[in-house]
Design a protein. Structure first.
Length: 360
């Protein structure tokens, strides 16, 4: 099965570079240099999120001096930094020198809004940006290059020991899941479904989005016990009451809570192929007849040419997991059929992500 899934604005930024010139164009080094130095633009945005620039401007426009004072910029850096964000389309500046958020920044990068996706950028800034400096070592050795490299302990056990890093990681997962949750809630036909369980669902972005648009449904997040405190804070803010619950457990070792829909979002890419197949068989066995498993990830198109984001996320799995990677739509379909599912349908979501709906 061939399914092309392109990155779109709102989840993943365009690099601004292409692999080469179109027919008739002169060959120049500009695309190569733009791609190779793309980390400069990336870090400028990540630092702006860290400093709270967008959250500050969501409360109203500021001139350079007042904005620099509020977010802690040195006078030497403030003009170039803020104007770089203007040039990148993240900020706007009027003729009077007043800075404001761009429309997209105001919706997605203000920490006070439920549409905030900056959690994944905060995690990228605090963790991934530095780890990617070791990509060459990962490519040569095939070994992960994150916190586990220093401790030798399992990834989640290691990360959860640091409260700040753990909260940062969970908020990051919630940030990348939030726009996908809305897309998934709209794309799938939830008619007649009563209870959805998100397996490894972090802070519950997907079931929360489903429950908001389907008041007759309830949902559960099945997660490691150490996720519960951060989940409960997030669930309280969503005001879904007892419709969204938390169930502690390990999906490799413990029985799955009953449901007529299971969700595995950004789960399979963490694990080796044999572990993925174990989880899919376990979900199949736990579902009732007619139940559905929804799998979504930044799946690579079957031709391995089009979903740049999925391929880069796969390299991130090399850095950040012991045996994980992204996989193709055909891979997912094959595993689901081997697990026993009678019907599988794959559809693109947003930002280079694909959902596969498998029915028992």
């Amino acid at each position: 099965m061939e399914l092309h899934s392109e990155s779109k604005a709102g989840v993943v930024a365009d690099t601004g570079a292409t692999a080469g010139p179109t027919a008739g164009d002169a060959i120049t080094p500009e695309p190569i240099l733009q791609l190779g130095l793309g980390f400069m633009a990336s870090k400028t945005l990540l630092s702006a999120v860290e400093l709270g620039v967008f959250t500050t401007l969501a409360r109203g426009g500021r001139d350079r001096a007042s904005l620099a004072g509020e977010v802690g910029l040195h006078p030497r850096s403030s003009a170039d930094f803020l104007d770089a964000l203007v040039s990148l389309g993240m900020l706007e500046r009027d003729d009077d020198g007043v800075y404001r958020n761009s429309p997209a920044s105001d919706v997605f990068l203000d920490r006070a809004k439920p549409s905030y996706v900056g959690g994944i950028l905060e995690m990228a800034n605090a963790r991934l940006f530095g780890f990617w400096d070791n990509l060459t070592d990962a490519l040569r050795t095939g070994t992960q290059q994150n916190e586990v490299t220093l401790t030798g302990a399992p990834f989640f056990a290691t990360l959860s020991q640091d409260p700040v890093a753990w909260r940062n990681f969970l908020n990051g997962m919630n940030g990348v899941s939030t726009p996908l949750a809305g897309a998934l809630a709209a794309d799938f036909d939830w008619t007649g479904r009563r209870h959805v369980v998100d397996l490894g669902g972090a802070l519950g972005a997907v079931p929360a989005a489903v429950l908001r648009s389907h008041p007759e449904m309830t949902g559960t997040v099945f997660e490691l016990p150490q996720v519960r405190p951060v989940f409960e804070e997030s669930a309280h803010a969503r005001e879904l009451g007892d419709r969204l619950s938390f169930h502690s457990g390990d999906f490799f070792a413990d029985p799955l809570p009953p449901a007529d829909v299971y969700v595995m979002g950004q789960i399979l890419h963490d694990w080796a192929p044999e572990q993925r197949q174990f989880l899919l068989r376990k979900a199949y066995e736990a579902l009732p007849a007619g139940g559905t498993l929804i799998v979504y990830d930044a799946m690579i198109d079957d031709g391995r040419r089009h979903n740049t984001y999925g391929l880069l996320v796969s390299l991130n799995m090399l850095i950040d997991t012991e045996a994980g990677s992204e996989y193709t739509v055909a891979d997912a379909t094959h595993w689901l059929e081997a697990a026993g599912f009678s019907t599988t349908v794959a559809r693109p979501l947003i930002g280079g992500y694909t959902a596969v709906y498998a029915t028992k």
